[in-house]
Write a protein that binds this ligand. Structure first.
Ligand code: EPZ
Length: 419
């Protein structure tokens, strides 16, 4: 499972480049199955979740080649419509192959997806939406068999702006020859990236990034080359690393408009943020001030994926910060690990109250999920002494070259893999 070993309280400095967005790359790679023509995806981060996606593509019969951040996919000759339970369980976004397979073949045999244990993470909105599109779904012995001669289109009102369900509806209806309208769609930038990729292949999707998305299904697609947008959550993570170490760091490859919900928290904490094009400079004070209140919401609200990371920042910010996690019902597992480091945090239900301490202490801590692991690394950077973060395979799901990038800006961090 591997460890990160961190010597805390080192000033950082210099420039760190953000990777391509994991939560864009995963649905876009799945979307190549619906496109069915050779596609080249650039700026694709080297992550274990991307490896899992490539395994699924190959099991479906796609030709896939990879060179660093470039992935070539040709899904022109699918040989499978079933994804094994083992592969489905490797990550949450395996569920996005449902819509893509239905578009490509009219059939998909899947099971419940895996993903970080941050809640029950049901797929009821996905399946209800597919049924509204005319998909016949039967479930038995854990297998979910989906068939559809022709997607019927129409209006789908989502009970919650689910990112994955929005992506699945887009992928299922993109090739249908009818018009599908999603009401209360997720507005995350990753939805926009997916729509832009599909439109670059000849799809006709409008309104992505807004609450109403209209998909005019087309009969055929063309090949495309597409570059994944920068990862907004990873960008916030590097900003947090600078903030907790009183550092000035330039984060390169950022789209500032994607992370404005987090800017105000950093600015309330006393950081100065200057942006220029795709670069951002964060200048941090010696001691951060509490940023009072964070409430995770669907985009453009405060991103749930930054909650753990900003709790690590709040742990050393003078004063009281109240954090409410409104998206997932079990996304506070990092609190126990932060408390091992001396953090003063109390939690009940979906509310956590953080009383910032002067210094955290280095300790042995466990990553409980992807973003919790990243939060513990951030905490280790400002803790007195040595912090050993265990189970870093969680972090590998979403952070490419994490230790290398942090070391390059002055962090004392090394990776130790258990052979
Ligand atoms: C995506 O997950 C992201 N993952 C998550 O990032 C992110 O936290 C989440 O969106 C919210 O922004 C990927 O894109 C691969 P949802 P997703 O459907 O699609 C409930 C990370 O760290 N729900 O918007 O699974 C669900 O349980 C990961 O990179 C249902 O009840 O999120 C949750 O409470 C973690 N039924 C809420 O909606 C459904 O059918 C939001 O889920 C679907 C979702």
């Amino acid at each position: 499972m591997g460890q990160y070993i961190i010597e805390g309280c080192n000033r950082l400095g210099g420039t760190v480049k953000t990777q391509g967005a994991k939560n864009s790359a995963l649905p876009i790679l799945a979307a190549t199955v619906a496109v069915g023509k050779p596609c080249v995806i650039h700026n694709c981060p080297q992550l274990s979740d991307i490896d899992s996606t490539i395994r699924i593509l190959r099991c479906l019969g796609c030709k896939v080649q990879r060179a660093d951040e470039m992935v070539f996919v040709d899904a022109g000759n699918l040989s499978q419509r079933k994804i094994s339970d083992v592969l489905m369980r490797e990550m949450r976004s395996s569920i996005i192959f449902l819509g893509a397979l239905l578009s490509a073949t009219g059939e998909a045999v899947i099971s419940a997806p895996g993903g970080c244990d941050i809640g029950l993470r049901p797929i009821d909105i996905h399946l209800t939406s597919m049924r509204k599109l005319g998909v016949h779904i039967s479930e038995s012995h854990g297998e979910i068999r989906c068939t559809c001669r022709r997607i019927k289109g129409g209006k789908i009102v989502l009970p919650f702006p689910s990112v994955g369900a929005t992506e699945n509806i887009i992928l299922a209806s993109v090739k249908s020859g009818t018009v599908t309208t999603i009401i209360n769609a997720a507005r995350e930038p990753e939805i926009v990236d997916l729509a832009m990729f599909l439109n670059s292949c000849g799809a006709r999707i409008s309104g992505a990034g807004e609450s109403t998305v209209v998909i005019e299904g087309v009969e055929r697609f063309n090949s495309s080359q597409y570059a994944i947008m920068p990862d907004r959550i990873v960008a916030c993570t590097y900003m947090a690393a600078a903030a907790v170490t009183g550092s000035t760091v330039v984060v390169d490859e950022v789209i500032p408009s994607h992370i404005t919900p987090v800017f105000s928290a950093f600015e309330q904490a006393g950081c100065r943020i200057e942006t220029s094009g795709k670069q951002l400079r964060i200048t941090s004070p010696e001691r951060l001030k509490a940023f009072e209140r964070i409430q995770t919401m669907p985009y453009p609200g405060f991103p749930t994926d930054c909650q753990a990371i900003m709790m690590a920042v709040a742990s050393v910010s003078k004063g009281i910060t109240i954090i409410s996690e409104n998206i997932f019902e079990n996304r506070f597992k990092h609190i126990g690990e932060l408390r091992r480091m001396g953090a003063d945090i109390k939690a009940q239900d979906k509310i956590a109250v953080v009383n910032g301490v002067e210094h955290l202490q280095g300790a042995f801590v466990n990553s409980t999920d992807l973003r919790a692991g990243a939060a513990l690394v951030v905490a280790g950077l400002c803790a007195e002494g040595t912090t050993t973060v265990e189970k870093i395979s969680y972090i590998d799901r979403g952070y490419a070259a994490f230790a290398e990038n942090l070391s390059a800006i002055g962090a004392v961090i090394r990776r130790k893999d258990n052979l």
